[in-house]
Design a protein around this ligand. Structure first.
Ligand code: PEP
Ligand code: MG
Length: 599
């Protein structure tokens, strides 16, 4: 039984007899090896069949519809219970609205009457009724009713899946034995996952810097993305083994594959143990340059991992995750409590809280972002906050209050120019003044930074640097906007390339601008955790790297194995006109020579 290899976009092959091993190749985005049963999760619209019914079939059809409602109710209750354990009661409350939809007598009545009168199958009638309800709700200019339309859509999808006999395909009913296979996972989907309820995941869409990949690394869950067509190739319940180092997926792994991977897993474990020894050591190069090494977090649940990985604090706290899977945004008290917990736990080390970076690939149901033609270029992140000062100031007040309980710093995402920065600073000053007037204790001179992730800000780095205390480069978005390449689109993922000479040039401009003004500059995009590029970043003079906690020990070992002189040479050559392939060969060449065991 040989291993058959197929390339990234799945080629339709002659189907081997069931049980024979097949291998698929995707993009590895989170390290680790996992084995488990496939659980397919569909997000896209189901196609609805149409059938004419005979009179004698009508009672059974109505019963089938009622059965689907009950099954959906059970599914939601289970999901609600699980979420209450992992995320807290307030987040789980989102499903109350979903349960109410299922009990809405006018909706149920209209479907049952429709089935009997039109004599069509239940899913067809149900979809028609739902569309009518959604259309009516969406037409009313009221954010609350528009929210209800979203609930309605979500619940309808579940009911239809039950009617189609495709239940269990939502992110429900899985555990550590399952590997989730999906077309796409949204940030709110991934926010409900953890190492105890999933062994790994595979998605058709996505790239190294899409949020599903970032979450997988944060959670320490092996993941592979960019495998177009995999949902139709795999079946629920099949056994698969995934290799989060190479991006290989083995359907029905052969005994020899098991043995090989057992050995690989043991080897990797030894390397990890070797890295643990470095926990207390400094992230300093062989020739004495100290680089601050911090961790990125999305959820406060990751704090234990931050402590365990030996990071110098938190370099990026993505606070928007607090706004997912709920119908109302967190108020000041809730945010204060969370930020305080994070600050206290990490104290005396610093925590850089990034203000709300919503929109683009991170939509949320609890804020009305409106419909936009180009959400990535739209009213997202700081732009949304400046347009919604009350939402922004609520967060700013919470951060300033939490600041007295630890070493908190703050940064604004997506700043594109100085006017935006000034506007944000005015709102920050107002928030501080309100707290002073109310006599509420808060941090007075919070250290303030901006993310450099829009090329216009990078070009103006020398000017912006005089207005803040630090820069943090968001390479995920910076590369996306620099090269006009959607960071989550697997079809053009090769263009999101850090070895592009334009990237080296823009990074150099940012570092020079920061250093000329005497401020420090870090990288908190995914590039910071990619040890193939550590030589390039060290050579550029980056002062801080912030990566997922799971990657911090590897980056520490990389820094400790390098010397600035050799790294600088890579940058000099890159700036002298080398092509991407040459730049990549040099940085990864040095990396593989200095720390071969990490590859
Ligand atoms: C980035 O863009 O590099 C970044 C760190 O922010 P996010 O990935 O959350 O957009
Ligand atoms: Mg960003």
């Amino acid at each position: 039984m040989g291993i058959r290899s197929s390339k990234k976009n799945l080629q339709p092959e002659t189907s081997p007899p069931s049980g024979e091993e097949r291998v698929f190749q995707g993009t590895a985005v989170a390290p680790g090896i996992a084995e488990g049963k496939v659980l397919i999760h569909f997000q896209e619209e189901e196609s609805i069949p149409f059938r004419d019914l005979q009179d004698h079939e009508l009672d059974a059809e109505v019963a089938r519809f009622e059965g689907a409602l009950l099954a959906t109710r059970k599914e939601i209750l289970e999901l609600q219970e699980r979420l209450a354990h992992s995320a807290g009661a307030s987040d789980a409350g989102i499903f109350d609205a979903h349960l109410m939809v299922l009990e809405d007598p006018s909706l149920i009545d209209e479907v049952i009457k429709g089935v009997r009168k039109e004599k069509h199958n239940a899913e067809f009638v149900f979809q028609g009724v739902i569309h009518k309800f959604i259309k009516t709700l969406s037409a009313i200019d009221d954010p609350y009713l528009r929210e209800r339309a979203i609930d309605l859509e979500d619940v309808a999808r579940r009911v239809i899946r039950h009617l189609l006999g495709k239940s269990g395909q939502r992110l429900a009913g899985h555990d550590r034995n399952h590997i989730i296979v999906a077309d796409e996972l949204t940030p709110s989907d991934t926010a409900t996952l953890n190492r105890d309820n999933v062994a790994g995941f595979i998605t058709e869409k996505g790239s190294k810097t899409s949020h599903v990949a970032i979450m997988a690394r944060s959670l320490g869950i092996p993941a592979i993305v960019g495998l177009e067509g995999i949902c139709t190739e795999l079946e629920n319940g099949s056994l698969i083994l995934i290799d989060g180092y190479s991006g290989k997926i083995f359907l029905n792994p052969a005994p020899s594959t098991h043995l090989t991977y057992q050995a690989i897993a043991e080897e990797k474990e030894l390397v990890e143990e070797g890295l643990e020894v470095l926990r207390e050591s400094d992230s300093t190069t062989l020739d004495g340059r100290h680089i601050v090494l911090a961790a990125n977090i999305e959820l406060p649940e990751e704090l234990d991992e931050v402590e365990a990985c030996g990071a110098d604090g938190i370099g990026l706290y993505r606070t928007e995750f607090l706004y997912f899977n709920r119908t109302t945004p967190p108020d000041e008290e809730e945010q204060y409590a969370v930020y305080r917990r994070v600050a206290e736990k990490i104290n005396p080390q610093p925590v850089i809280i990034r203000t709300l970076d919503i929109g683009g690939d991170k939509p949320t149901e609890c804020l009305d972002l409106g419909h936009e033609q180009n959400p990535f270029l739209g009213c997202r992140a700081i732009r949304f906050c400046l347009n919604n000062p009350e939402i922004f100031k609520t967060q700013l007040r919470a951060i300033l209050r939490a600041g007295v309980h630890g070493n908190l710093k703050m940064m604004f995402p997506m700043i594109s120019g100085i006017e935006e920065l000034f506007h944000a600073k005015v709102l920050l000053a107002e928030a501080a003044q309100e707290l002073t007037i109310q006599g509420v204790p808060h941090k007075k001179d919070i250290e303030l930074g901006i993310m450099i992730e829009v090329p216009s800000a990078a070009l103006m780095a020398d000017v912006l640097a005089h207005e803040v205390q630090f820069f943090s480069i968001g390479t995920n978005d910076l590369l996306q906007y620099l090269m006009a390449v959607d960071r989550g689109n697997e079809r053009i993922a090769h263009l999101h390339d850090p070895s592009n000479p334009a990237v080296v040039r823009i990074l150099k401009t940012i570092v020079d601008g920061a250093h000329a003004a005497g401020i420090w500059v870090g990288v908190c995009g995914e590039l910071a955790g990619d040890i193939e590029f550590t030589p390039l970043l060290v050579g550029l003079g980056i002062d801080e790297l912030s990566a997922s906690a799971a990657l911090v020990p590897r980056v520490k070992k990389a820094i400790r194995s390098l010397d600035v002189t050799a790294c600088r040479e890579i940058v000099e050559r890159a700036l002298s006109g080398e092509r991407a392939a040459e730049i990549y060969a040099r940085t990864t060449g040095l990396a593989r020579t200095r720390y071969p065991d990490l590859f």
